[in-house]
Ligand binder design. Structure first.
Ligand code: DGY
Length: 319
């Protein structure tokens, strides 16, 4: 008998066909209030599951006694309780690597857009308000030659730092769980304490996974260390930041601005105070969202799932 796979985010047609040629497949384009019960019921006979952007609770998995692997189409695994996976001996596969460059491009666009006020000024032009040479009140600040502070210098952090060093002549400082000798050699990056990073950087860019240890790890204390001219960039996870403290720092101009791709609660509510602040550039969690990269992530996630179900070791296991 074929093994049963539950797909909970739509896949490219050829990858869907690939799964259907080998497994019995139940598919949902995405999960919402209307199909949640059906999704949970389908897990009841599932050997594998694949999808993204949905918190998978232990309750859901308790009802999936046959499950051996969950394959997420993301590098982040914060939608799962890793301890639960370990307890049950389940595999959790994810998609690191293939999204590094697209995510670094998003981060760099946030750096440029916030420093040069690209969104605000583009809106001014579209509104027909460009009536003469812009004055000093609409000038931005330089990016080239400034100091980038990477809190987390892993794969994506290094890709951001490469752009900053080679493309923009920026000085790189970083703080990480352990020093990164390649980044130090290739990018002249300097390891500093966490506190020094917040004090010295012109752009503070955390690139941390969301874990119980990193939840709200950046708050009022950290924003108070930053320069009044510094910009905060976040495209990792919104919950690593105390968002109320960030809003307070932006309102009081303790910091100059923020470029954000991620938020405490997503989608960001239309009445979020962040959207009232001219010194904020907000994006709808697009880190890896290019056609090519999302395709590569889906391919990798499907391969991870197939390997796991065939009894082989998937290439990328978080657990
Ligand atoms: C990831 O891959 O973790 C991206 O942030 C999408 O969630």
């Amino acid at each position: 008998m074929k093994q049963h796979v539950v797909v909970y985010k739509s896949l490219p047609a050829d990858l869907q066909d690939r799964l259907e040629s080998e497994f019995e497949v139940t598919s949902f384009e995405s999960i919402n209030a209307g199909n949640r019960e059906a999704f949970i019921a389908a897990l009841g006979t599932a050997h594998g599951m694949i999808g993204a952007s949905l918190p998978i609770t232990n309750d859901m998995l308790d009802g999936a006694p046959l499950l051996t692997i969950a394959s997420t189409i993301s590098v982040g695994v914060d939608n799962f309780d890793l301890a639960y996976f370990r307890r049950r001996g389940l595999m959790l596969a994810h998609t690191p690597g293939v999204l590094n460059e697209a995510t670094a491009d998003t981060i760099f666009s946030l750096i440029l857009a916030s420093a040069r006020r690209i969104v605000e000024l583009a809106e001014l032009v579209k509104a027909g308000k460009w009536t003469g040479s812009i004055g000093e009140s609409l000038f931005g600040v330089n990016v080239h030659g400034k100091t980038l502070g990477m809190l987390g210098m892993g794969r994506i952090g290094s890709a951001v730092a490469r752009r900053a060093h080679h493309g923009f002549g920026m000085k790189i400082i970083y703080h990480n769980t352990r020093p990164n000798p390649e980044a130090e050699k290739e990018l002249a990056a300097t390891y500093v304490s966490r506190e020094e990073l917040f004090r010295q950087a012109d752009f503070v860019c955390p690139m941390l996974p969301l874990t119980p240890q990193t939840e709200r790890t950046i708050g009022a204390q950290e924003f108070s260390l930053m320069k009044a001219s510094a910009i905060f960039i976040n495209a990792s996870r919104g919950k690593i930041v105390d968002e109320a403290a960030l809003i307070d720092a932006l309102r009081k101009k303790t910091i100059y601005g923020a470029g954000l791709d991620v938020f405490e609660k997503e989608p960001l509510s239309a009445d979020s105070p962040l959207l009232q602040l001219p010194n904020v550039v907000a994006l709808p969690h697009i880190g890896s969202a290019t056609h090519e990269t999302r395709r590569a992530m889906a391919e990798l996630a499907v391969q991870n799932l197939i390997d796991g179900l065939r009894g082989a070791q998937p290439q990328h296991l978080a657990v």
